[in-house]
Design a binder for this molecule. Structure first.
Ligand code: HEM
Length: 196
């Protein structure tokens, strides 16, 4: 029960889905930041989808980690998922996965507490999504087995999506540099809650 193809498939499929969801959440976060009020899709809609996709990613990562710890085929303990580079199995690639989990915890907890934090502090911590996404993609590429070209296509598409979103954001930021009314100017999103 704690070993076998079912757990292995669960582990691999949740890993892949988690990577796609994290990529989607990152892209949506960049789009929510760069969108202009009054465009076709209102920014609050993009932000709301961004938050829900990110939440789904957190749940998927939790199932992914749990299935790799429960699976006794390889020796992965729960602390290997939190303290990077402490396990013997695929130390580097698994360690990068643990770094991603730690960063995901930082981003999730600070997002839940953001109304109690200074906006700039929250935003600085939220930028951890970039190393989080990068360590996830490296971990997936290093750990992935047996999927041949499929995994590489997913990895490539995820990398292309984030690169395109960041490039679009940089171009947009340079165009709006002189516009004092644009929230993108100082790298801030619109407040999630309006002040009374
Ligand atoms: C944000 C965090 C993480 C993400 C997005 C992620 C994603 C992935 C992806 C995409 C794969 C490749 C799946 C495939 O073979 O097709 C994978 C493999 C794997 N991951 Fe993660 N992972 C994360 C964290 C972790 C952690 C912390 C652990 C364990 C402590 C872990 C354990 C594994 C294992 C054992 C495999 C290999 C499965 C196989 O044998 O093919 N992952 N992960």
């Amino acid at each position: 029960m704690t070993e076998g193809p079912l757990l292995w498939f669960l582990n691999r499929s949740t890993g892949l889905v988690a990577l796609v969801l994290l990529t989607a959440a990152t892209v949506l976060g960049v789009l929510a930041l760069g969108g202009r009020p009054g465009t076709r899709v209102p920014r609050f809609v993009v932000q709301s989808v961004h938050r829900n996709v990110a939440l789904l990613a957190v749940v998927t990562v939790a199932v992914h980690v749990l299935s790799s710890v429960v699976d006794e085929f390889v020796d992965i303990r729960w602390w290997h998922a939190l303290v990077p580079f402490t396990g013997d199995h695929e130390r580097v690639w698994l360690g990068l996965g643990a770094v991603a989990v730690d960063l995901l915890l930082v981003v999730t907890v600070t997002s839940l507490l953001r109304h109690r934090m200074r906006r700039r502090t929250w935003h600085a911590l939220h930028l951890s999504v970039y190393p989080l996404w990068l360590t996830s993609i490296l971990h997936g590429a290093g750990m992935g087995t047996d999927l041949g070209a499929g995994l590489w296509w997913v990895t490539l598409c995820c990398a292309a999506a984030v690169a395109a979103a960041v490039a679009w954001r940089l171009v947009r930021a340079s165009k709006t540099e002189d516009d004092p009314t644009d929230p993108v100017r100082d790298g801030m999103t619109m407040p999630l809650r309006r002040s009374p």
